[in-house]
Write a protein that binds this ligand. Structure first.
Ligand code: TPP
Ligand code: SF4
Length: 285
């Protein structure tokens, strides 16, 4: 039985009231509920406030470049399939500068759980619009309002038949922990887009704003996550009402399953054939 205390108590540099605290809490709860010990997991992030999350858990971590959490997470998972790999970063990191890597990850379906702390703003750099900022929102950098149409990560993931797509809310910690637990159990790529208030810079999408809108799939509304057409319709519901819960699932084989070499166990623990490597090196002499 894993105790949440194993993940440590640390001081953070997040603003009081930031949604990241609840996401951290839900993640630790999900890890403990999944019986995952700190040494069995790897947290990978890019750069941003959300991307500090791996610093604040006692476990393996890799803090990479802005926008590049998914390439590092993919490499780590293929090199050590014995690890549960979790990529945890912001909407700017994952969907902006990391947009190309996001699309590649959706196509590949590597066994990584992707937690996108979606505060609809760039927090670390002090409040510029992000790819998910709503049209018309004013920021210091967009004084006449955002004039670009918001990116919809959930709709894109469902349209690409990603095996596990969910949306959570940092104001519903227990519910979010349940979603992350299900995502961790999924054998391919699992995306949990998490609505996360940024109390310092996003004055539009506040806790109150989300609370007035979110409703739980499976509790407050019927939904079959295997129904792709229904999932697509739900993925576009983001206004007066916003569904949270598991939006879509399928059992498409994970990328890892196409590499027979991994059947012998994680690459990281397999014997290295130095003779074969030497032959390759010699061929360049
Ligand atoms: C390669 C690179 N490009 C841009 C930046 C500047 N930068 C750092 S964090 C960030 C955006 C952070 O927003 P988000 O990913 O949504 O995370 P948040 O801080 O809101 O959690 C940007 C643009 C950087 N550090 N490195
Ligand atoms: S700036 Fe926003 S995202 Fe960053 S720690 Fe403060 S509240 Fe959280």
């Amino acid at each position: 039985m894993v105790d949440i205390k194993q993940y440590g108590e640390v001081e953070t540099a997040w603003c009081p009231g930031c949604g990241n605290f609840s996401i951290r809490k839900a993640l630790i709860q999900a890890l403990a509920d999944s019986d995952l010990e700190p040494h069995q997991i790897l947290l990978v992030s890019g750069i941003g406030q959300a991307a500090k999350t791996p610093h604040y858990l006692r476990c393996n971590c890799f803090n990479g470049l802005h926008g590049r959490s998914m390439p590092a997470a993919t490499g780590a998972r293929l090199a050590n399939s014995g690890l549960k790999v979790i990529a945890t970063s912001g909407d700017g990191c994952n969907y902006g500068e990391g947009g190309n890597h996001f699309l590649a990850a959706l196509r590949r379906n590597v066994n990584v759980t992707m937690l996108a702390h979606d505060n609809q703003i760039y927090g670390l750099t002090k409040g510029q619009a992000s790819p998910t900022s709503l049209e018309g929102m004013h920021t210091k950098a967009q004084p006449t309002g955002v004039h670009s149409y918001p990116f919809n990560p959930v709709a894109v993931a469902v349209s690409m038949h990603v095996g596990f797509v969910a949306r959570g809310f940092a104001g519903e910690v227990e519910h979010l922990a349940g979603l992350i637990k299900q995502a961790l159990a999924h054998p391919g790529l699992s995306l949990v887009d998490i609505l996360q208030p940024c109390v310092s810079f996003n004055k539009l999408n506040t806790y109150q704003w989300y609370k007035e809108r979110v409703y739980k799939l499976g509790e407050e509304a019927e939904h079959d996550p295997a129904d792709w057409d229904a999932a697509i319709r739900l993925s576009y519901e983001f206004g007066e009402r916003i569904p949270i819960g598991v939006i879509y699932t399928n059992d498409r084989p994970a990328f890892d399953s196409y590499f027979p070499v991994l059947d012998k166990g994680p690459l990281a623990t397999q014997e290295v054939d130095y003779g074969a490597m030497q032959k390759v090196l010699d061929s360049y002499c």
